[in-house]
Ligand binder design. Sequence first.
Ligand code: GAL
Length: 706
Amino acid sequence: MTMDRLTRVPGLLYGGDWNPEQWPEQVWAEDVKLMAEAGVNLVTVGVFSWARIQPDAHGWDFGWLDRLLDLVHRHGVAVDLATATASPPAWLVRAHPELLPVTADGIRLEFGSRQHYCPSSPAYREAAVRLTRALAERYRHHPALALWHIHNEYGDHVQECFCPASAADFRRWLRERHGTVEELNRSWGTAFWSQHYNSFEQIEPPRTAPGPVNPTQLLDWRRFCSDALLALHRAEKAVLDEVSPGVPVTTNFMSMLKALDYWEWSRHEDLVSDDAYPDPADPRAHVNAALNYDLMRSLKGGRPWLLMEQAPSAVSWRPVNVPKPPDLHRLWSLQALARGADGVLHFQWRASVAGAEKFHSAMLPHRGTAARGWQQTVRLGAELRRLGEIAGSRLRGQAAVLLDWDSWWALELDDHPSARMRWLDLLRPWYAALHERGITVDFVPPTVEPEGYPLLLAPNLYLLDTATADRLTRYVRAGGRLVCGPFSGIADRHDHIHPGGHPGPLRELLGIVVDEHWPIPDGTTTTVRLDGIKADGTGPTGTEPDAAGPTGTEPDRTELHAEHWSEWIETEGAETLARYGSGALTGRPAVTRHRYGAGSAWYLSCHLGADVGRVLDLPLAEAGLSAELPGLPPGVEATRRHAADGTDYLFLLNHGPAERRVRLRTPGTALLTGTDLLTGTPTGDALTLAPLGAAVLRIPAAQERA
Ligand code: GAL
């Protein structure tokens, strides 16, 4: 089931997790009254209610939930009803102790927290499906029901289990994937270290072993663990689809989580929802939040998504839990909308007085309605109502970033030339450079043709099968620009090195070959000289300037710094744009570009950290990409959502501590006149944003055509 509006609830969604089982029923009456005051229109109920709904093996207690749903419905609030399966009750655990998860060291984790289940446990699965069915049958027609919320944050505390049931499930999965044990032996390269298997029965999960474990076994294990949790999700989803068709279903994702291949997962969601907890103590947190939100939008090809959880102020699980200063929560909520969300929900509605999260902030803090946090809750609700018309509008990235979980898992296996090559550490500086330049990106999976984007960025593609390499080659041949980061094209899907030299199936496209990887010791850097490139981002000195760029400026003498990683490469048709300026590789190519077909393929052989933007400026210029709103002051983020009727919504967010003046002109210098929906004021040719201030301009369709 797919839809442009997330649920049947009109406008933007606003609310949070509500855990009424922690409170006497008299408190509920106050809750719903205050929800109405705050403009809450959706609450998530039942996430941790299993023990209350099913008090023992023999009976159900739905009475309280019936009363609760009726109550919220009478007050005009809709419900995102959880299947309550994330925290199995004590009676179930004691009846089936084997459902508790086991670590790689063989320790069985105890009851007393949450998410204490083995993903492959038949007892857990059966009980979870039974509970889901009971809830679906009882509430499928309840008028408050707007959304089903499966489980909670799969992979949060438990991502893998090494018990005998998991071992059996792993063997079943391996049989399905490899067919025969001979095939598995080939895939896992078991000729190495005498690891040969005679039958699937001899195989165990990669438990703690004396030394390095077979890397393909570990890679298959990562794939299996994502699939094992997904199988649980799918079992619940199937019940909901069967019993409660027409009501959308989601599970809350955890932003860019390594453990779960969200490309695969999102195929089984009716809508994508995310939990995001940027750290108010981190002045750059909004950049990483933008990255996560761009991923959430991309998972369903640009459809609106839902911010399912965020903290109204401090969380309780960091070593130091810094609150959000006034206006920051509002700004970050608007940021999610700016990047495609159609609602902002929270953890949680009313602050708990007991349990591990009693110091976590809430929409209704311990101090009650006198608290600053409550004023903030009411204000945000009112503002979201003013923004209701943006629901359903979309934004599309100007460029794309290739993200492949398989490659992420394989990149971070042990015994590589450098343990410092981590996917997020490679991706983040690239993303930050684009964010700083006001370029919005979509993420794309490796399995589709990246058509329609003038620029495709691949900060790392350690694992690359030939089908994906062929897609990339076709993309460049047809006129696309591919920018590929270091240590790419190394291994096939079995994590075997591609023969014939790195970057394997990208060698012809990139026009280079890697002779040797050259990791840079911790705490030191290698310089990279851009003296092959002109300051305006056009071709190397001494060559004909690129047709796409201006000409006649002085070569740039900037020195960049590579950290953690460099490579000895030789060109095979590519031109050299930057060279190493220090160390053993001095004078050798560091950055190259290969004209190929109608496009170009760029290669960065080193990890440039924060300096990478200076190199990315070159393909950005070649692709003709620039910020949608030129001349944005530092710290101001701008995105534009487009509605089907041609109306645009321009979000302007000031993440900095100083007031900023923003000129409202497009790159073509057309004036963008509109109305700030937050204040109702028409804008002129510029506006001033307060520190942590924001504006959301409605720009009518007619002007868009002008
Ligand atoms: C989320 C979780 C919530 C709550 C919240 C606190 O990860 O889904 O149940 O624990 O964190 O920040």
